[in-house]
Design a protein around this ligand. Sequence first.
Ligand code: GTP
Ligand code: MG
Length: 397
Amino acid sequence: MNQSLLSAPSGALKIPYSPATKVVVCDYPPKFSLILPTYNEAGNIKNIIEILSQLLDQYMPGCYEIIIVDDNSPDYTWKLALELTSNYPQLHVVRRVDEKGLSTAVIRGWQIAQGEILGVIDADLQHPPEVLKKLLEEMDRGADLAVASRHIEGGGVSEWSILRRFLSRGAQILGLIILPEVISRLSDPMSGYFMVRRSAIACKTLSPVGYKILIEVAARGCISWIAEVGYVFKERQDGESKVTWKQYVEYIQHLLRLRLSISARFIQFGLVGLTGVVVDMVFLYLLSDETGLGLPLTRSKIIAAELAVINNFLWNDCWTFGDISRRQPGKRQRLKRLTKFNLICMLGLILNVLFLNVFVSILNYSKYSANLLAISLVTVCNFWFNLKLSWRVTEID
Ligand SMILES: Nc1nc2c(ncn2[C@@H]2O[C@H](COP(=O)(O)OP(=O)(O)OP(=O)(O)O)[C@@H](O)[C@H]2O)c(=O)[nH]1
Ligand SMILES: [Mg+2]
């Protein structure tokens, strides 16, 4: 069997923290794996492999691999690609028969890749290969994600119809409405030309629908630094576009799926907050009431509040942010998270009092509606601060 024909992985779409096998070890530059998803690209494949190999041989000889993931194209793209492997030892081919679709093709390629930097480029030469260098430079500077963008300086589209421009911009605006915290970080969220650090996406199981793999990566990955490089989207050299209306429907489905899964954490956080209210009330009663311990009110409140904080912390640590906690095991790490959580709760209390006073004294709200509004705002702040500080991903195993 040809050594360059790799089989497609199955099961969960999860990128391993380190490659299963490491044939060539590259300490610097870190090894780069570039995926080319293909479907009926027989007319382009030879050309693009030649251009990419020449370019990368100059820039990072011996430190890259190219993986074509073909969905059993009727025009035998995979076979042509396989024939090229004798001239290009860094080229590998995956012929998928059990699964289809652009986004999953890219992820399957990354799953078997050996690189620390994982990239994707279209095989139809619409993505100018020379931009790869600039993207790699951004990764070298420390970016977690480097995206080739049509919507920044140096970027553009060559000959798109007004309808296609309108649909592309419309899709972006829709993305901004449904998923603002993700889409607003990217000038060109529809780009299919980018690279990402393995460690930034190995933290999550990916679950894309359809074409837009970048949105999946930006939404689910652990990505702090995004860099962008302008590029002009060229006309197809050969073959036909696979874009149909189905892709637009899948895009909306994808956005909604991401919205739900991102909001799920906030809903969990809110539910845990409610259990905290119950703990606080019950202990306030037990500690301060004459039939209980009969302690002074302030002391009782401080103890009850602290118990509620510990209750909330334990639930959040196991449940709301359980996936992150499991990656930072050990008592010391847990204590660190508890300390930060406590401090943020204290800050939350100060903010709560501040908001309450502003709403009542300046805006003339009633005491109770002002308190409800203040609690809602503080919950959002608390959630955000905890996500960014207490359960921040600090260590990648
Ligand atoms: N493996 C795999 N690759 C695909 C699939 N659909 C598209 N591709 C590849 O993904 C890349 C982008 O697809 P295109 O159809 O060119 O999409 P596009 O560039 O957004 O649209 P055009 O400008 O119309 O070409 C190309 O390399 C395609 O061969 C698929 O279902 N499976
Ligand atoms: Mg194309």
